[in-house]
Write a new protein. Structure first.
Length: 117
């Protein structure tokens, strides 16, 4: 059975199903570091790792990266974790729920803006 079909996710991640970093959420923001350290020669970066570095020249969420690459979120989290471990990307965690503005306040602001018309 040979062919150029899609690559299975476990092949892309080297058989791993979880990232090395537990703090990676789908809304975490990722950016490739312009002044990243020289990657070690034994750092086996696959095509998807390189595509993530190319995509993340500006902040993107892990969910956005997954959508751009057409890969499952879990696979992208593993790959981003690899790049983070190598110091090739910076990851910003999502804002904790307690620090987010209440929905009622946002609705009041929206009502106020509509009244300005």
């Amino acid at each position: 059975m040979s062919g150029g079909g899609p690559v299975r996710p476990y092949v892309i991640t080297g058989g791993r199903s979880r990232p090395t970093r537990t703090e990676l959420a789908f809304e975490s923001l990722v950016v490739a570091l312009a002044d990243r350290p020289e990657l070690p020669e034994d750092a086996l970066l696959n095509r998807e790792h390189r595509r993530i570095l190319d995509l993340c020249h500006s902040l993107l969420s892990i969910a956005e990266v997954a959508a751009h690459l057409g890969l499952p979120l879990g696979v992208v989290k593993v790959l981003v974790g690899d790049l983070w471990d190598l110091g090739a990307v910076q990851v910003l965690p999502p804002v904790p729920q307690a620090e987010r503005l209440p929905t009622t306040l946002l609705e009041e602001v929206l009502v106020g803006l509509r009244q300005l018309r």
